[in-house]
Design a protein around this ligand. Structure first.
Ligand code: SF4
Ligand code: MSK
Length: 683
């Protein structure tokens, strides 16, 4: 197959990225985009039909009826490859959750430096839900018990993991009947690996049955616990003004980019950067101060809680180094490219690894430890500041957008109903009346094999026009942020009339940024609360909602997609299918492809499909939403029925990106900004 080199515009829809890609090509440096052009994917491996589980292989299967040396069929090999990916993705999220639980335990016992319990209300609510005594007890004592309970969920051997109790009752019953409630997080991951060892489980549907249980251990286990503890320790997000794209880097400051996933490190770097000691140290080095920016889900964690700007999403990690303005890129776990180190050698940027689990040859390793968190965070920042003197010419694209992230499920609940009547009722009513046609969760990564951000933002904008409320997480949320879709009225001209009325009435952007990739569990909670509120059925599978990951690339995305299917959602992935089959396979013989769609729909009411064309994704999303509306007996969606009211359209007090009021707001301290935009916080 001939290699094709794409233009910068074909590689990314983002003008800042295009600028950096032109520069990289000019000076002959490779990026993930150019490497993707040069590396033609193996279509046998891409379709999951290559098995290298034992030394008799690798076995590359291309035709129906063909088997591996051991006799394994294409279907068995595809199912085994898929469950292994789901297990790896779930393990990554869950190990993050385990580390958070250990941090909570250490904080509760006064063994850490710099951390404290910020959201006592959430701690008490969660603990009470698990019947941990809360009355008359200090937050630390409650936190200690919750940490013990959560730590035990990972190694539990029998029974059911406890966060499962937070799913709708009907869903729990269904999972029980199917025998897929996880016993313990680690147990399901280990069993997935055992079953796929040579000579074990060789019935594809039986393997995929365990894929559901493994994914549930992530979504209603490891990931959910990670989000809970992050909120307890660092605060439950509420709306806050932030900025996104490479233009957030500053010429006159020491730029430190934090990249990865776990907020334990990044939150402490935020705290350290604001200490007089570090500010003075930076000034002594000739800079105005330290400018922090995030990449990937670390960006989402500190953007949602602290308003720290996001330099970009997954494919911006190399591009930020190309600006020549980054003194240090501090990474922890997941989605960190090895290429960063060799790229950084062409600039002055130091790549600093910090996790005991992650080292990259050639990077500086400064191991992070929550017991000395603040001291280590300051040490890291001093390394970056010392490097400021080595900076040469910079080329920061003048491209950035403002956004309002911070829509935790607690905040959505509050904003819809106020302090005393916090409720999902207004959202359910808006869907029932047809003002909002349905809900789409658009999540997941960037992938250099497709045009960066294009599918995310195209699908988002088309669905908004169809009165579909959009919630987003992960790198998809940053894609929308860069396009200005996460900012109140700035995005409202792109929204259908009924949805626009709701956004204006409630005072929300048309796209709600709900957090990082572990925070997809917030979406599960919203869907559960919508089901429990009444009027939209009594299970997640009844709600007119669809999940989409238009530019997926990670194994974590497959785990997320699968736990959403098991929870009852229709999930559409863009890009290529990891179980796609070869073009000459008869479609009906694609057992795995059919089973994760039709088979899972029959069992769980949710299905997983891979659809490359963005317009078909939109068509299928709307078809599904309308099918669910009809099943609930709701009026058919009518595009022109609502939106004639101008009661809110010209209301005073609404903000528009770039206008004077927005500039005034940007100058306010954090708490005042939040209050001016959305009233007092629920916390
Ligand atoms: Fe080949 Fe079977 Fe070994 Fe896989 S497990 S590599 S199909 S012999
Ligand atoms: S960082 S998993 S590229 S969303 Fe969570 Fe982004 Fe996907 Fe990594």
């Amino acid at each position: 197959m001939p290699k094709s080199v794409r233009t910068p515009e074909e590689r990314s829809a983002d003008p800042a990225a295009q600028e950096m890609l032109i520069f990289a090509d000019d000076i002959g440096l490779s990026t993930a985009f150019s490497r993707a052009d040069a590396m033609v994917p193996c279509n046998i491996g891409a379709a999951g039909m290559c098995c290298k589980l034992c030394g008799m292989g690798p076995c590359r299967l291309t035709k129906d009826g063909q088997t591996g040396v051991c006799g394994a069929t294409i279907d068995t090999i595809q199912a085994r490859n898929l469950i292994r990916a789901i297990a790896a993705g779930g393990a990554a999220h869950s190990d993050h959750g385990r580390d958070m639980a250990f941090t909570l335990k250490a904080v509760a016992n006064g063994e850490t430096e710099g951390y404290f319990i910020r959201d006592v209300a959430k701690l008490r609510t969660l603990a009470a839900g698990y019947k941990i005594p809360i009355e008359g007890r200090a937050p630390e004592a409650i936190a200690n018990d919750l940490a013990d309970l959560y730590i035990s969920q990972f190694g539990q051997q029998r029974g059911e993991i406890v966060p499962i109790q937070r799913a709708p009752a009907k869903r729990q019953k269904l999972w029980k009947e199917q025998g897929v409630i996880p016993r313990g997080v680690d147990r399901e991951v280990v069993e997935a690996l055992h079953r796929t060892h040579i000579g074990d489980d060789q019935d594809p549907t039986h393997i995929l049955h365990h894929a559901i249980r493994t994914a549930l251990a992530d979504g209603w286990g490891g990931s959910m616990m990670a989000t809970d503890i992050s909120d307890i320790l660092f605060g439950t997000p509420a709306p806050i003004l932030g900025q996104a794209n490479l233009g957030v880097l500053k010429d006159d400051m020491v730029n430190v980019v934090v990249h990865g996933h776990e907020p334990t490190l990044s939150e402490m770097i935020v705290a350290a950067s604001q200490t007089p000691e570090i500010i003075e140290y930076a000034k002594a080095a000739g800079a105005k101060g330290v400018n922090l920016a995030g990449i990937c889900c670390t960006a989402n964690e500190i953007l949602m809680r602290q308003g720290i700007p996001a330099a970009g999403n997954f494919l911006h990690q190399e591009l930020s180094i190309l600006t020549g303005a980054v003194e240090a890129m501090v990474v922890d776990v997941q989605c960190v490219m090895q290429a960063l180190v060799s790229l950084a050698e062409n600039f002055h940027t130091k790549i600093i690894t910090t996790s005991p689990k992650v080292k990259i040859k050639g990077a500086t390793h400064i191991e992070f430890n929550e017991h000395k968190a603040l001291t280590i965070a300051k040490d890291i920042l001093k390394v970056a500041i010392d490097n400021y003197a080595n900076r040469k010419k910079t080329r920061i694209p003048n491209v950035r957008e403002s956004l309002i992230p911070g829509f935790s499920h607690e905040y959505i609940n509050y904003m819809l109903g106020g302090s005393y009547r916090a409720s999902f009722r207004p959202l359910n009513d808006a869907i029932m009346s047809g003002r909002i046609r349905g809900v789409a969760a658009i999540v997941g990564c960037n992938n250099p094999r497709s045009q960066q951000d294009f599918s995310h933002t195209y699908v988002t904008q088309k669905l908004l026009k169809q009165d579909v409320l959009v919630v987003e997480t992960g790198c998809g949320a940053i894609a929308s942020a860069k396009l200005g879709l996460l900012l109140g009225e700035a995005g409202l001209d792109k929204v259908g009339p009924g949805l626009r009325e709701v956004c204006e009435t409630v005072g929300i952007p048309p796209v709600l940024h709900m957090g990082s990739c572990v925070d997809n569990t917030r979406i599960l909670t919203v869907l559960t609360q919508m089901a429990e509120e009444g009027g939209l059925g009594d299970d997640i599978s009844d709600i007119p909602a669809v999940g989409l990951a238009p530019e997926w690339m990670s194994e974590k995305a497959l785990a997320i997609g699968t736990y959403c299917v098991a929870s009852g959602a229709y999930v559409i992935f863009g890009g290529s299918s990891p179980v796609g089959g070869m073009p000459d396979r008869v479609e009906d013989s694609d057992l795995v492809l059919k089973y994760i769609s039709e088979g899972w729909e029959e069992l769980y009411g949710g299905k997983l499909e891979f659809i490359a064309d963005a317009d078909v994704m939109i068509e299928k999303t709307l078809e599904h939403i309308d099918k669910k509306r009809a099943a609930l007996g709701l009026p058919a969606y009518e595009p022109d029925k609502f939106g004639k009211s101008d009661r809110f359209g010209n209301a005073e007090g609404h903000f528009r990106h770039g206008d004077e009021r927005m500039l005034e707001l940007e100058a306010l301290p954090l708490a005042q900004r939040r209050e001016a935009l959305y009233g007092a916080s629920p916390n």
